[in-house]
Design a binder for this molecule. Structure first.
Ligand code: AMP
Ligand code: MG
Length: 269
């Protein structure tokens, strides 16, 4: 199955998240067979990242967005497990610093876009500037409403400069978030992950859904597509994200560089 075809948001369509089932697994079942498939996909990702790094022909930018407890950290841990840390950088976007706020919203983002040869993973991203910022009224509507076009222009600039941009929305249900929050409250090793603002944001679930639907619909282009990943089941989420990355990197048609000198003349002693 081509995961990218099944899970991509068709360009130009309005997004209604109620149409996307967060429990979908397309017939895959948890178990040894799927575990083997995931391991194979991760191994392939390792090879492809090595090729990306060697060829220096393109960059790969992976954007991860989700509600709190949607699985961004888990996805990163999983996907990265098949990559060399050399040439791979994760950036987590938090509440902007005073310095960041003195710049335009894309300033902090543009500065950490991966260079050719590199993979960049964004844990949250410039999309927060039309999500939390919109829901919590952090800037006037007149400011955030212009950002959809600004984001499209920015992502087009990246695409025209050899950056493959893939955006993943990890789609969990409100019930699944409740279970994961409850687990965080219960488990001493997970309590640090829960913040007061997470609970406040849960109260605004509906407003976030609206904000996500608008961002996923309006900032979805052929050069920087959104994928909606059914993410209630962590194993399926991992399979889907890693498979889409493999499909995208295979599509880059990368080649190893030619040797820098005539190897047939080398006689090792
Ligand atoms: P976490 O990802 O759980 O470490 O939390 C990071 C927090 O930073 C989240 O609550 C985000 O909503 C918040 N955040 C990220 N980017 C922005 C932004 N541009 N403006 C306001 N808050 C943001
Ligand atoms: Mg949080």
């Amino acid at each position: 199955m081509r995961f990218s075809k099944k899970l991509v948001v068709p360009p130009g369509t309005k997004v209604n998240l109620a149409d996307w089932d967060p429990d979908e697994t397309f017939g895959f079942k948890k178990g040894a067979q799927v575990e083997r498939l995931i391991a194979k996909t991760i191994a392939r990702l390792d090879d492809l990242q090595n090729l990306l790094w060697a060829s220096k022909q393109r960059a790969l930018l992976v954007v991860l967005q989700s509600p709190d407890a949607g699985g961004k950290d888990g996805t990163i841990r999983h996907v990265m497990s098949g990559m060399s840390p050399q040439g791979c950088r994760v950036t987590a976007f938090k509440v902007p610093t005073p310095e960041e706020l003195r710049h335009d919203f894309l300033w902090r983002v543009h500065s950490v876009v991966p260079a050719k040869g590199e993979v960049g993973i964004f844990n949250r991203s410039h999309y927060e500037d039309v999500l939390v910022v919109r829901v919590r009224d952090l800037v006037p509507r007149g400011v955030w409403s212009k950002r959809y076009d600004e984001i499209n222009n920015f992502e087009r600039l990246l695409a025209e400069n050899s950056v493959t941009v893939l955006k993943f929305f990890l789609h969990i249900s409100k019930d699944e978030q409740k279970e994961r929050f409850a687990e965080r409250i219960k488990d001493r090793t997970k309590q640090w992950k829960l913040e007061k603002s997470d609970l406040e944001d849960r109260e605004r679930w509906g407003e976030y859904v609206e904000a996500y639907e608008e961002a996923l619909g309006r900032c979805n282009t052929a050069e920087a597509p959104w994928f909606i990943i059914p993410a209630n089941k962590k194993w399926f989420r991992n399979l889907a994200v890693s498979s889409i990355l493999v499909e995208a990197m295979e599509g880059m048609k990368l080649t190893f560089p030619k040797p820098s000198f005539d190897l047939s003349r080398v006689h090792l002693k």
